[in-house]
Design a protein around this ligand. Structure first.
Ligand code: SF4
Length: 379
């Protein structure tokens, strides 16, 4: 059974995953559709390839994708020599063969550029998803690609493979570029590791070791009958919260509260977002679920007209104004354009000073009571 290098971490941590995923595929159960995040990732990868090949950045990317694309291209240009590589692989299928020529692993590295004169091969892996923070050191996927490239490209044995991992981070503030180097002896070690991982996963009784927050996340068998352990783990993380919370021991209460905030709640929200996106794309995608609309809330569009009606009832202007809420921002904006006319609005600083003076003169403000207490996790 061939394995994918991109899933090497999962096969390393859960030897039984290969059998479980194969059983799921052979069962004929439909595979999960790619979610919007995965599709956005493919677009970003394609954009990086385009720009590095000298083509313009494609239309239709959102600002996050554009930013990640520009950053990745800059990093590649910063590290690779300013000449054409002697060999270039972009998302091409490569293999790790056993010593007898049997294909054990397959993979598609994002980019591998070999510069013979410099004696270096730059291998790149782009992690373009939000919040992705993975390090190059001890990354099994990169080790696998390094082995496959050595076999596939027939590069000289003293070539240094410099493997770069670009993690997009969160909101463009913590993009991270880490790298690791492989020399001839490292490749021999890496080959041994990849062979061992592959061999363990081929055993009929290979064990399954669930970790829902880590390697189970993208496993095809997760949450299905082909991996009862993952089903039990899912139940185990939800069931305690269904208990009568008043009966929980204090230590358990802390543990479940942390689990709820760190794992279950974000996972539930991500699931909700994913389901909405799937249903928006195809309303029949998930039998039993549909998109509804929440009842809309009425808002008042004409205060003057309403005041006229209120006056007929005998309502005073004080009473009427007393039930109208005015935000400081709306008042600030109104002051800006009223003070000197719409053509010459005050600057925000001027308007701030004026508003503060008016509030003080009219003596008509108070500080809102502090927010309600929330539970926080102490370090
Ligand atoms: S769901 Fe997790 S435990 Fe089950 S086979 Fe997949 S990786 Fe292994």
């Amino acid at each position: 059974m061939k394995l994918r290098i991109s899933s090497a971490e999962r096969h390393y941590k859960c030897p039984g995953a290969a059998n479980a995923e194969t059983a799921r595929k052979e069962s004929g159960q439909p595979e999960r559709a790619s979610g919007p995040d995965a599709l956005a990732g493919v677009e970003t990868h394609m954009a990086i390839h385009d720009v590095l090949a000298g083509r313009p950045i494609p239309d239709g990317l959102d600002s996050w994708q554009e930013q990640v694309c520009k950053w990745a291209v800059d990093e590649v240009k910063k590290y690779e020599p300013d000449v054409e590589p002697d060999k270039l692989i972009v998302e091409q299928e490569i293999y790790i063969n056993s010593v007898y020529g049997k294909i054990l692993w397959t993979g598609h590295p994002d980019r591998a550029a070999y510069y013979q004169n410099e004696g270096v091969l730059h291998l790149w892996d782009y992690k373009t998803g939000r919040g992705t923070q993975i390090q190059a050191a001890r990354n099994i996927q990169l080790r696998g690609y390094a082995v496959a490239l050595t076999q596939f490209l027939e590069i000289s044995s003293n070539t240094i493979i410099r493997a770069h991992l670009l993690s997009a981070g969160e909101d463009g503030e913590d993009e991270r570029h880490t790298s690791v180097e492989f020399r001839n002896a490292d490749i021999a070690d890496a080959f041994r590791d990849m062979f061992e991982i592959w061999e363990r996963s081929q055993a009929k009784d290979a064990v399954r070791t669930p970790d829902l927050k880590e390697h189970c996340k993208y496993c095809l068998a997760c949450g299905t009958e082909f991996c009862p352990e993952s089903l039990a783990a899912l139940d185990g993380s939800v069931l305690p919260i269904k208990q009568n919370v008043g009966e929980l021991a204090p230590r358990d209460m802390v543990r479940y509260w942390v689990n709820w905030h760190k794992a279950i709640k974000p996972a539930g929200e991500a699931l909700d977002r994913h389901i909405k996106a799937l249903l928006k794309a195809d309303e029949n995608a998930l039998p039993g679920l549909g998109l509804g609309t929440q009842t809309s809330v009425r808002e008042i569009t004409d205060l003057n007209a309403l005041f006229s009606e209120a006056q007929k009832l005998g309502m005073s202007s004080e009473t009427f104004v007393g039930c109208c809420k005015l935000t400081l921002k709306a008042f600030h904006d109104a002051v800006r354009i009223t003070a000197k006319g719409e053509d010459k609005p005050l600057t925000h600083k001027e308007a701030d000073a004026l508003v503060n003076r008016m509030l003080a003169l009219a003596d008509c403000f108070r500080y809102k009571p502090k927010a309600r207490p929330v539970v926080i996790k102490e370090d």
